[in-house]
Design a protein around this ligand. Structure first.
Ligand SMILES: [Zn+2]
Length: 387
């Protein structure tokens, strides 16, 4: 089955290309060829002048469509969250479990395994955010769930399930040896909810620490005599940093400073989305406590941010509007960069051999359609990016 995507702009690894046709065969990208080349496709898709780009990859999705992954870590919940985010251009994501008991972590990993085996579109693996965190930087994570990483937990997190496992932990609450064990097992280790000093993070990098979860939020800040986790993240050229670009979590000028500190390839947009994304809800319950949704912002009773009311299409728009990034750079931060962070080689780019996970965006960067493995899905009309 050969699909030909014509009459659009195509964001390839070379930038935005015009007068080209994208060919997809059996769910994989075959080539990008000249618009006048005769290809004999089984189906021709007219893109109407819009921009076709790699589908968004979101490493941090706690919920969507009214569901919170922690509440019911099941295949059904994952499918609901996937559908909710797909209308905003997300064609790959990690259902994200916040700090919980290890038996819930085990259930979540099994659910992701079953979702991948069952072909739920978009599931790339799991992000286990905690419970191996620093209480002083826990944010809205439940203090009673926090615990030390031990050999049993390492074994659980290293369990294969057909996708990628990302773990957010506080490096100062564990040992480089455990970080090394996780990393050697293929787990993507990210520092977050951490009070680590610059010096504490250096052996963690050497042991395989790969990135930072929601840079700036819930971590030791950049200080004059102590660079903290933020300083260590920006000084280390090879680590990746997640950014929540919703205008609430981090001041845009602070993010612009970070973007000047190291290569753009090392930043990725995340939604940190909660159940409110893709659902009309004014509140929900997290760890037994009410969270209020107002002005695209989620807060608990004490006014602390409790994840984000953000989708990836809006994050991309915000990255252009608030951070002054080019459309190309913003989309790469939502596709190629997270794919590289997760060490996934066949998603995140429009290039031969890649899975045909695509998003079609209009001039306002609103999502018109998505494809996963070449299968089309059109979002409901109201799901334009909420800028
Ligand atoms: Zn967090």
């Amino acid at each position: 089955m050969l699909l030909a995507f014509r009459n659009g702009k195509i964001l390839t690894v070379h930038g935005i290309e015009l007068e080209r046709t994208l060919l997809v065969r059996n769910g994989r990208i075959e080539a990008v060829v000249g618009a006048r080349e005769v290809v004999g496709a089984d189906s021709v898709i007219d893109l109407g002048g819009a921009l076709i780009a790699p589908g968004f990859i979101d490493c941090q999705v706690n919920g969507g469509g009214g569901e919170l992954f922690n509440d019911d870590p099941s295949v059904e919940t994952i499918a609901t969250i996937a559908r909710a985010h797909r209308q905003f251009g997300t064609t790959g994501f990690l259902p994200t479990l916040i700090s919980d008991d290890l038996d819930v972590v085990a259930r979540a990993i099994d659910a992701v395994r079953d979702a991948i085996a069952g072909g739920v579109p978009g599931v790339l693996g799991i992000h286990v955010e905690g419970p191996f965190l620093n209480e002083e930087r826990r944010g809205v994570h439940d203090a009673s769930k926090l615990r030390e990483l031990d050999a049993d937990a390492v074994k659980l997190l290293s369990r294969p399930h057909g996708g990628v496992t990302m773990v957010t932990l506080a490096p100062e609450r564990t040992t480089p040896a455990f970080i090394r064990e996780l990393s050697d097992a293929g787990v993507i280790v990210s520092a977050g909810h951490t009070n680590a000093t610059y010096d504490q993070l250096q052996p963690a990098f050497a042991a395989g620490l790969r990135g930072f979860t929601h840079l700036f939020n819930a971590m030791s800040p950049l200080g004059s005599r102590e660079p903290g986790a933020v300083g260590a993240a920006l000084a280390n050229e090879s680590s990746w940093c997640g950014l929540i670009v919703d205008g609430h979590h981090v001041h845009p000028e602070v993010m612009k400073l970070a973007l000047r500190a190291k290569r753009h390839e090392r930043f990725m947009l995340v939604s940190d989305a909660m159940p409110s994304v893709g659902a009309a809800m004014k509140s929900f319950v997290l760890n037994g406590r009410p969270i209020t949704v107002a002005d695209n912002k989620l807060v608990d009773e004490e006014g602390r941010l409790a994840g984000a009311d953000l989708d990836m299409a809006t994050a991309v728009c915000n990255a252009v509007r608030m951070l002054g990034l080019t459309v190309t750079d913003a989309i790469r931060m939502a596709s190629a960069n997270p794919a590289d962070f997760l060490a996934l080689r066949d998603v995140g780019r429009i290039a031969p051999g890649q899975r045909a996970n695509l998003v079609l965006l209009d001039d306002a960067l609103a999502v018109r359609e998505t494809w996963i493995d070449g299968m089309r899905d059109s979002p409901p009309l109201a799901s334009a990016a909420r800028v």
